[in-house]
Design a protein around this ligand. Structure first.
Ligand code: CS2
Length: 497
């Protein structure tokens, strides 16, 4: 079929094969600056906002910001397509729902022109700055609980405030301009998977500001709000076949479409100091306290992902659905949720945890999604402290079950050696990959060494109970192999001395 390159000019030609923005993008004003235009942002916030713009709202267009050199490819691609891209929802029956999204009306590349980005963030029409900068982007040290001033990029920002490299440098300069110009404040809204992501953003930003621009801190406290939010939509990395299929079946020549699952959720605290879009009209939920939703999602969905990812990788799988459909691993995950997570969640008002758990297992098992294990396991050193360790620490406090989590962490130590059960190489991506590997090697002699990585595990290696459970699990994986170990976790092997 004839295909058209996706851009503003060709948009009308595509309207018969796909739904396209119903609004005049030129009339849309930028009310939001979003930092980190990855797949997740494009499947989630930009999608909610696109629906809103379709309802004749014009003040809430998004200006994307690419912060890192690494973002060059997505920046060039979207620039070329005038900010347009296709969102392909892979439905439960395998059919595809496609929609061209138009809510990203501007896009800036920070390394090219930092001052332009600072000006944009400071501009009076911008009311909200949203972030998807990944769990690791908050510059938080698990061992100290504090902002990491050792980070060289942070040190760079302190020396070169007008050409920053980190989000903290940018926000500080933008807020400083707002203050100096007597402008109203704004909302800074994290959309990352972190418990209390608004609190975390506020704490980390203020830590930086107190050192870099101390006089700005009181102004921030008065003029900037940081709502917490829970975000959810499984968004695998786009595969080359997704691009080809889109071109062949719909005639859309899109260099970087986004694929995702049908499920979507966004629960937000209603704390927007300078106003906000009515995202509730397109499905977002505004609540007073988002903490229970965050806790539930991080400790069940995200932890579930990491468990399927790490153990699945060792078993030789490459996608999450393969791991989730392994009956033993499925039963293991279910048991982890039941014995270790649900007891610490308590009663969450208005939430049926049983139903939530069932829906997660169904989402993980959806074989049309093909979420990559490599994506899930990437940056595990930033994920475990948020997704799994709070559960372990809570169980330790109440002297409860921790054998499942101990096995997962032991599996991570074995995974960090870089070979699956068949001896094939596992491709790993992690900011501290070398440290993980070095500790994993030393763990062959003494398994506890892996737990010494303080920036990940904090003081966990000082808990005799945990160390004992972990060491036992580690030795059992080495002796019996991951499959047998998982299969027997509920009964024999793990419980036997
Ligand atoms: C995943 C998340 O990165 C991960 O490890 O668990 O990206 C997950 O797919 C999303 O949070 C789903 O909302």
């Amino acid at each position: 079929m004839t295909s058209y390159k996706l851009n503003s000019l060709n948009l009308p030609k595509l309207k018969d094969s796909v739904s396209i923005p119903q609004y005049n993008r030129e009339k849309v004003k930028t009310g939001i600056v979003h930092v980190g235009v990855g797949g997740f942002h494009r499947a989630h916030q930009a999608f909610y906002t696109d629906q809103l713009l379709n309802e004749s709202v014009t003040d809430w267009g998004i200006c994307g910001v690419a912060l890192l050199d690494f973002d060059t490819k997505i920046y060039n691609t979207l620039k070329d397509q005038n900010g347009l891209y296709t969102l392909v929802v892979k439905e439960l029956d395998g059919s595809l729902t496609k929609r061209v999204i138009g809510s990203i009306v501007e896009y800036l590349f920070a390394p090219e022109d930092p001052l332009l980005v600072i000006e944009k963030m400071a501009s009076p029409e911008v009311k909200i700055i949203t972030l998807t900068i990944t769990e690791g982007g908050y510059n938080y040290n698990e061992a100290t609980g504090e902002f990491d001033f050792e980070n060289q990029l942070i040190q760079h920002d302190q020396k070169h405030p007008q050409a920053p490299k980190t989000i903290f440098g940018y926000l500080t300069q933008a807020l400083k301009l707002r203050k100096e110009r007597g402008l109203v404040g704004c909302t800074i809204q994290s959309c990352d998977n972190i418990q209390g992501n608004g609190h975390m953003t506020k704490k980390m930003l203020l830590s930086y500001v107190l050192v870099a621009e101390p006089e700005l801190a009181p102004w921030i406290l008065q003029n900037v709000s940081f709502p917490n939010a829970m975000v959810d939509r499984i968004t695998p990395a786009t595969a080359p076949i997704d691009i080809t299929n889109l071109k062949e079946t719909s005639g859309i020549d899109d260099a970087w479409p986004v694929v995702c699952e049908p499920f979507i959720q966004w629960v937000i605290e209603d704390d927007f100091i300078a106003g906000r879009p009515a995202w509730e009209t397109v499905g977002a939920q505004f609540v007073e306290n988002v903490a229970p939703y965050e806790k539930m999602k991080l400790s069940l969905l995200n932890a579930g992902h990491s468990i399927l990812g790490i153990i699945g990788a060792l078993m030789g799988y490459s996608t999450i659905d393969e791991a989730a459909n392994n009956p033993d691993l499925h039963a293991f995950l279910r048991a982890y949720m039941k014995h270790e997570v649900i007891p610490i969640l308590g009663n969450l008002e208005g939430i049926n945890l049983q139903k939530y758990e069932e829906s997660l297992l169904q989402r993980f098992g959806n074989s049309y999604i093909k979420d990559q294990i490599e994506r899930i396991c990437s940056e595990s050193s930033a994920k475990f402290p948020i997704f799994i360790l709070p559960t372990v620490n809570a169980q330790l406090k109440q002297k409860g079950s921790l054998d499942y989590a101990a096995l997962v962490i032991a599996a991570w130590a074995v995974y960090s050696l870089g070979k699956d059960k068949n001896g094939n190489t596992i491709h790993r991506k992690d900011a501290i990959k070398n440290i993980l590997q070095e500790k994993a090697l030393a763990s062959k002699e003494n398994p506890q060494v892996f737990l010494e990585i303080e920036s990940v595990f904090g003081k966990l290696n000082q808990s005799e109970i945990f160390v004992a459970a972990y060491t036992k699990a580690y030795q059992k994986i080495i002796t019996y192999g991951i499959e047998k170990c998982v299969a027997d976790t509920n009964s024999k092997i793990l419980n036997k001395n």
